[in-house]
Design a protein around this ligand. Structure first.
Ligand code: MN
Length: 281
């Protein structure tokens, strides 16, 4: 008998006819999504809907003002996926509402080439895929490898994706929540620890290069500098810098609860619109 904890999105359809929707932000032809697809295939029917090109750092954007296309393409393992002209969030919408043919039981985004940690989560298209899954009330996780280098970087992440995917299918996930997972390259010695973490503080120094185009006008190029990480105990940043696997539960509720009470002491209640002021004259 199935016991439902109130407020939890259950991993329904357990064991039979499971559908797993997979996306990423590195594009449908990235190695990471192929590795993810292969890793999850034993858990259910995997439907890949992914951007037709790299969309890294697109955040939780959604395309509302132009039509989207999704074409069936052959992937490098001989299977098929849908190549979509939109962003990861669009891919989840089209996958859930149309291409899966039924409500998926699990949504996985990745495997991203490069970590997604701390305060940079909202920049990430990979994480946005899982955010959108959570917004649909479907158990979801995002998974990234913590390196950009070549080599044996996918095997451990693929194995862990399958492991945690099975857990999510079995246990479900509270509505509006998802997991953000970062996995180091396959270890040279032993098995890395699995750390349950909170988001750490990752700041980008905010470099802007100002240059001049051939017409003499300025243009600007952002980025280039490495982030500044706060390696506090219990954070995803510390776990990853120690070479461990980080699993962070994330909530779509971004409310700063600790600020609600202090804000009550502000003078916000004294606000009067201009119309009310002139009317009082
Ligand atoms: Mn990416």
């Amino acid at each position: 008998m199935l016991l439902l904890v109130r407020g939890w999105v259950d991993g329904y359809n357990r064991g039979v006819d499971r559908t797993i929707l997979v996306t990423n932000d590195d594009g449908i032809h990235a190695t990471g999504i192929l590795e993810l697809k292969k890793s999850l295939e034993g858990l259910g029917d995997v439907v890949v809907v992914a951007p037709d090109r790299g969309r890294s750092a697109c955040g939780h954007g959604i395309t509302l003002h132009k039509p989207l296309r999704a074409h069936k393409v052959r992937m490098a393992d001989g299977g098929f996926g849908y190549s979509c002209s939109g962003l990861p969030t669009d891919c989840i919408h089209i996958g859930v509402m149309e291409l899966c043919g039924k409500r998926p039981d699990l949504i996985v985004s990745g495997i991203n080439l490069g970590a997604n940690l701390g305060w940079e989560l909202t920049y990430s298209g990979t994480v946005a895929g899982a955010m959108e899954g959570a917004a649909f009330g479907i158990p979801s996780f995002a998974i990234s490898v913590t390196t950009h280098e070549d080599g044996d970087i996918w095997e451990l992440a693929g194995d862990f994706a399958r492991y945690i995917g099975a857990e999510l299918l079995e246990r479900g996930m509270p509505d509006g929540m998802f997991l953000n997972v970062n996995v180091p390259p396959s270890p040279t010695d032993g098995t890395p620890k699995i750390c349950l973490t909170r988001l750490g503080i990752r700041r980008y120094p905010g470099r802007v290069e100002t240059r001049t185009d051939p017409m003499g006008r300025s243009y600007y190029w952002l980025g280039g500098d490495l982030p500044l990480d706060g390696l506090e105990d219990g954070t995803d940043l510390l776990a990853v810098s120690d070479g461990n696997i980080s699993v962070t539960p994330v909530h779509l509720d971004l409310t700063a609860y600790s600020l609600i009470e202090p804000l009550a002491d502000w003078s916000l209640g004294d606000f009067a619109p201009r119309a009310a002021e002139s009317g009082a004259k």
